[in-house]
Design a protein around this ligand. Structure first.
Ligand SMILES: [Zn+2]
Length: 429
């Protein structure tokens, strides 16, 4: 067995590897060696921003900020200002400015971008799914689609962006919530019957755990739904359909039929849960009949956001590569226009009929011109109070906050619940 496998069962970097720059690209290490040898270590300001979104998205949910701050906390002489975790942002807006001697933080570029790109990609997709689900519950069931080492990051990123719960024990610990789960096909296959498996679950599992019975394993979903409800009456919280694609036909029609049959038999309180390869279009299409969604691949395997980190000032002088504006910048925002417009939820509801009619592409349902109208990009040293919103005439508010001052975290980081509320408020949910 090779040495690294003996020492580490899984192919993962630990916190020390990341803090010591061992997950950085080698060219940063070489740059470090060269600059050190040639005695060059200027004071620089570097800006993190996104040139364009994947999939024609027009806005994103920023996350990975707290991990980035934890990485830079303790790095001597470094100052960090950024948008708070959970901020809705659009392309071309700087989201973070890092200031310090280049040799003190340049090596961390790979890790910083890794934190922000991956986490924000998941948060953005989760927020889109939450909007599509409207007022229905939506849970992350996608832990099995990612390397288990990053499950806590994935589940936290999805939860803070508005999901209502996560499925793994470790992920739930990270967000200080109880994990959410139903029952796997394995349980029903081993018992050989859905009712027997549900009975065993009921006898064994703590009464505080909601009873959600999976009804697609052996028989027709309608037959099983009626059988389960008639046996357990209203003590069942929900029935889950994970109907395989080969049998799905019109999934919405199956769900509507079950709802009807349950309602006329007095089981109006039993909820319906759908899972199995659902993406935002499916969620939008089913949200008027389904009470809860379990979403996997589309969130945990979301496209990353391609943030870049560029030097914009050296020794106080503006400088930038081609295609990039120089000078350290920040974003100011009119919170009044953001919160009063309810732009996100109203934009979505206008398209409701279209969702229900066909597989319309909803990827770009919110134009980035909205955010660009309520935000303004100004120089970092400038003050929001000097500018008035071009829509309502009220002064802008600062969006950036100073989190690290001279290498030390100087601000309490908000809790997971506070971040989630911040995201939901911006989305007017
Ligand atoms: Zn305004």
């Amino acid at each position: 067995m090779q040495k690294e496998v003996q020492n580490n069962l899984f192919y993962i970097a630990n916190s020390d590897d990341i803090k010591n720059g061992r997950t950085s690209d080698i060219y940063f290490r070489r740059t470090f060696q060269i600059l050190k040898k040639k005695n060059k270590n200027p004071l620089v300001k570097a800006e993190v921003f996104l040139k364009s979104f994947p999939n024609n998205y027009s806005w994103g949910v920023l996350s990975g900020i707290h991990e980035t701050l934890n990485l830079l906390n303790g790095v001597k002489g470094v100052n960090v200002s950024c948008m708070p975790e959970g901020t809705i942002f659009t392309e071309e807006e700087p989201v973070m400015v890092i200031e310090g001697r280049y040799l003190d933080f340049g090596l961390f570029e790979t890790a910083i971008l890794g934190f922000l790109c991956h986490s924000s990609g998941i948060s953005t997709k989760a927020a889109r799914c939450k909007l599509a689900a409207k007022n229905k519950l939506i849970f992350n069931f996608g832990a099995r689609r990612v390397h288990p080492a990053i499950t806590p990051m994935v589940e936290r990123a999805a939860y803070i962006a508005g999901l209502d719960g996560v499925s793994t024990i470790k992920g739930a610990e990270t967000i200080f919530e109880e994990p959410v789960g139903t029952m796997p096909h394995a349980l029903i296959l081993i018992f050989g019957d859905t009712l027997d498996a549900a009975q065993a679950f009921n006898e064994t599992i703590d009464k505080n755990v909601k009873r959600i019975v999976l009804i697609d394993t052996f028989n027709d979903e309608k037959t099983e739904a009626i059988r389960i409800c008639q046996h357990f009456s209203n003590s069942i919280y929900a029935l889950r359909l994970d109907t395989p694609g080969s049998r799905r036909g019109n999934f919405k029609k199956i769900l509507e039929e079950i709802r009807w049959e349950l309602d006329i038999r007095g089981f109006k309180d039993v909820k319906l849960m759908a899972s199995g390869g659902l993406d935002e279009q499916d969620i939008a299409n089913l949200s008027d009949i389904v009470d809860a969604f379990g979403v996997g691949t589309s969130i945990s395997g979301a496209r990353v956001l391609d943030f870049s980190m560029d030097i914009v000032e050296i020794n106080g002088k503006p400088i930038a590569k081609r295609g990039k504006k120089s000078g350290a910048k920040k974003v100011i925002r009119c919170n009044k226009c953001l919160l009063e417009s309810k732009f996100f939820s109203s934009s979505l509801s206008k398209l409701d009929n279209k969702y229900n009619n066909d597989n319309i592409n909803i990827k770009n349902f919110i134009p980035n011109s909205f955010l660009l109208n309520i935000d303004k990009i100004i120089l970092e040293n400038d003050s929001a109070s000097f500018y008035n919103c071009k829509n309502c005439g009220k002064p802008y508010s600062e969006l950036f906050e100073r989190y690290i001052e001279d290498g030390r975290l100087v601000k309490n980081l908000p809790s997971v619940g506070e971040i989630r509320n911040y995201v939901l408020n911006q989305l007017s949910i």
